[in-house]
Design a protein around this ligand. Structure first.
Ligand code: NI
Length: 135
């Protein structure tokens, strides 16, 4: 285990009851493990919003029959080529494609890239999952 530091946390009883329910529902070993997970997630979000270095996956589901959609999505990715680590393309059915793009770089750039891809007309579903780089 890395260097662990103990500290006390005070909170309202009703909040603690709800937290314990969450700990149990999500299968955490104990409160400490759950709290560490929440803190890491919040730090990732903070990095994402402040614009630090981040990694992200951008998931898209789109209809490849929409006129010039595939070309547009490819062009946007080429324009951000230096930030894209890898991309996975799956032909889901006759109409739909799933694309998962792994990217690394300044959070602001990755956010702009994700917004452009997800906001493209014809993209039926899109999501981005980001994590800060440990540093
Ligand atoms: Ni496809």
């Amino acid at each position: 285990m890395p260097d662990l530091v103990r500290f006390g946390v005070a909170m309202e009883r009703s909040l603690l009851v709800r937290f314990d329910e969450l700990v149990s529902r999500r299968g955490f070993e104990n409160r400490s493990e759950a709290l560490r997970d929440l803190v890491r997630r919040e730090l990732d979000q903070d990095t994402w919003h402040r614009g630090g270095q981040a990694v992200a996956t951008i998931t898209l589901v789109y209809d490849h029959h929409v006129h010039e959609l595939t070309e547009h999505l490819t062009a946007v990715q080429h324009a951000h080529g230096e930030y894209i680590i890898s991309a996975l393309h799956v032909h889901l059915d006759h109409h739909h494609c799933l694309e998962v793009i792994a990217a690394k770089g300044p959070a602001r750039t990755l956010k702009a890239l994700a917004d452009r891809l997800i906001g493209t007309k014809g993209v039926v579903s899109g999501n981005v999952v980001a994590a800060s780089l440990p540093g």
